[in-house]
Design a protein around this ligand. Structure first.
Ligand code: ZN
Ligand code: ZN
Length: 141
């Protein structure tokens, strides 16, 4: 007894549900591995498509960064991120920071609408419990 008029499919609901439980800002592939435990027959393509729809609807955040895989965040409240320069892992910045002031910012051919603060650091796993990794250390991606 399927309800065809249902706005959100069961798959989409489970994807959203699992993403909201995570604070790891997973890539679509990582989320697929998790969702598959509840929906063994789901395909990676379905996960990708649903994440696109969810981000268009503003129900999840899509975090894009040049040269690395998109990551997703189930927390859509305004918050800033920190990215590990070594492995690309993304974490949440605890402090509520204002959006950057763009009133004095210009670029030829563009109308600036808003800015996003992003921070960089080294995550615990990459630091390996030792002293802080040397600046300019290995950067993989
Ligand atoms: Zn790392
Ligand atoms: Zn976040």
């Amino acid at each position: 007894m399927e309800n065809k008029s249902q706005r959100m499919t069961k798959q989409r609901r489970i994807i959203l549900d699992e993403l909201r439980k995570l604070t790891s800002h997973p890539t679509a592939d990582e989320l697929y591995e998790i969702v598959r435990q509840r929906l063994p027959r789901i395909s990676l393509g379905t996960v990708y498509r649903n994440l696109d729809v969810l981000s268009e609807n503003g129900e999840v955040l899509k975090l894009e960064s040049a040269g690395s895989q998109k990551r997703f965040d189930g927390d859509v409240s305004q918050h800033c991120h920190v990215r590990c320069v070594s492995c690309g892992r993304v974490g949440d910045v605890q402090e509520a920071l204002p959006e950057p002031d763009v009133s004095g910012v210009s670029a030829p051919g563009f109308t600036i609408t808003h800015g996003v603060s992003e921070f960089y650091g080294v995550c615990e796993a990459c630091r390996g419990g030792d002293e802080l990794a040397a600046p300019g250390g290995r950067i993989r991606q």
